[in-house]
Design a protein around this ligand. Structure first.
Ligand code: MN
Length: 234
């Protein structure tokens, strides 16, 4: 038996300070996980359970790579986020065991076609086209939890052309990393290579052609993404 078409290459993330790579399986994203951002999106953050959406693994964009301005939007937005990379399979993971499943941490930019997402919300339609488009998942190299420990607090900051747009602390997440892993694992089987984007703080806003967006998290360095001209063909 042979494949009819050549399979696409395995999406991966580089490991920081190493030539090793992590094969990426799925990218899960938490919808609202900082109270001030939930409020700016018009929601009451109090005790709403977390919800999830996905991005395709082949939407990953590495550090320093230019993202072509995506089609069908006039409101591309950045969302700086902590990414959690799993290194161990599991379902129905308890909160106390959850961090054992974490291989490491990275910086992500949950790029969003906000106008498409907003229209989908109003119509009760799925978010996929607002969130899971081509090049929608810039993610940095992954830092091993064995080396840097588990991130429960620390500065998360987003700049656009050097101006600070998001400035918050990881400790302000409504649902902790261990709670998020535990809750998500009640819903789907999680596997090594899965990546969870843990939600963005307040201050989301637009990116335009020519902009440089830098997301930084204490202990993880920086993720730089430039926005370039649209592309019209594959
Ligand atoms: Mn997000």
């Amino acid at each position: 038996m042979t494949y009819l078409f050549q399979p696409e290459p395995q999406p991966y993330l580089p490991v920081a300070y190493s030539d090793e790579r992590i094969p990426v399986r799925r990218i899960f994203c938490v919808g609202r996980n900082y109270a001030a951002h939930a409020r700016e999106m018009g929601r009451d953050p109090d005790r709403e359970p977390p919800f999830f959406f996905c991005k395709p693994a082949d939407a990953i964009v590495k550090h320093g790579i230019t993202v072509p301005y995506p089609p069908e939007t006039v409101n591309l937005q950045y969302e700086g986020e902590l990414a959690v990379v799993l290194g161990k399979d599991g379902a129905n993971i308890t909160q106390s065991a959850a961090l054992d499943h974490v291989w490491g941490y990275a910086i992500a930019n949950d790029l969003t076609r906000r106008d498409i997402q907003t229209a989908a919300k109003e119509l009760g339609r799925p978010w996929d086209m607002g969130k899971g488009f081509d090049h929608s998942a810039p993610i940095s190299a992954v830092h091993s939890a064995n080396k840097i420990g588990h991130l429960t607090h620390g500065r998360i900051m987003t700049t656009v052309n050097g101006a600070v747009r998001q400035f918050a602390d990881l400790k302000d997440m409504i649902w902790s990393v261990s709670e998020t892993i535990s809750i998500l694992s009640q819903s789907v089987i999680l596997k090594a290579g899965d990546v969870i984007l843990t939600g963005t703080p307040a201050g989301v806003g637009a990116l335009n052609i020519g902009d440089t967006c830098v997301v930084s998290i204490d202990g993880l360095g920086e993720l730089t993404t430039k926005i370039g001209m649209p592309i019209y063909t594959a």
